[in-house]
Design a protein around this ligand. Sequence first.
Ligand SMILES: [Zn+2]
Length: 251
Amino acid sequence: MLLPEQIPQRFVFIPQIDFMLNGTITIENLNGKELIKTKFDDMGDEHVLTSINTPLREDAFELDDETKMELIEEHFREIMLILGLDLSDDSLQGTPHRVAKMYVKEIFSGLNPANKPKVSLFENKYQYNQMLVEKNISFHSNCEHHFVPIMGKAHIAYISNGNVIGLSKLNRIVQYYAARPQVQERLTIQIANELKKVLQTEDVAVVIDAVHLCVTSRGVKDATSSTVTAEYCGKFLDAIKREEFHRMIAM
Ligand SMILES: [Zn+2]
């Protein structure tokens, strides 16, 4: 069985569906030795995180946005036709184009590093070297296992090493990484790593509380649960700093 990246023709649609239906994937154990072979279907709703980096093809950006939109439009039309929808209906006619544009320009625009927010550092003139918390940053993302929305709030803290960034940049960083097919754990770590890089400090923390539509609207259909993930680095590994952060979130 071919892995998706081994499929020779890049944009063949049906073989990929076939792969999705019949394929197996191989997951390495924590000890890095034993290999477990599993069918995609066995994975079911287990939201397995396989890597911190978003799994991207090497040729991910060889096609420009316009070409990507044309191809997605074509393929999405196919999906709708397969579902039995009548695309001559006025209401449905424009849907393939709308979906393609939304994927490339909006909800998955964060796949492209060209769209990464530009962040400039400012000198911390007030010598404020306490914790800075920006809480309740709302975001929308999409679950990479089901392609349905994840909606939630991110809470961010950092301790300045002498540099600060504009507060709205914290929102922009969250939105950029959310605009990808995501797994909540990876989103949390990607935001924390980016903050460490731009703020030039290890002292950052990120907590995310989110609702996954793949859990609320389908599958187990639990309307009330949410998922909380956290990444604590540097001084936030200390329990006292962590508690202070959580007290500020709860305020
Ligand atoms: Zn899901």
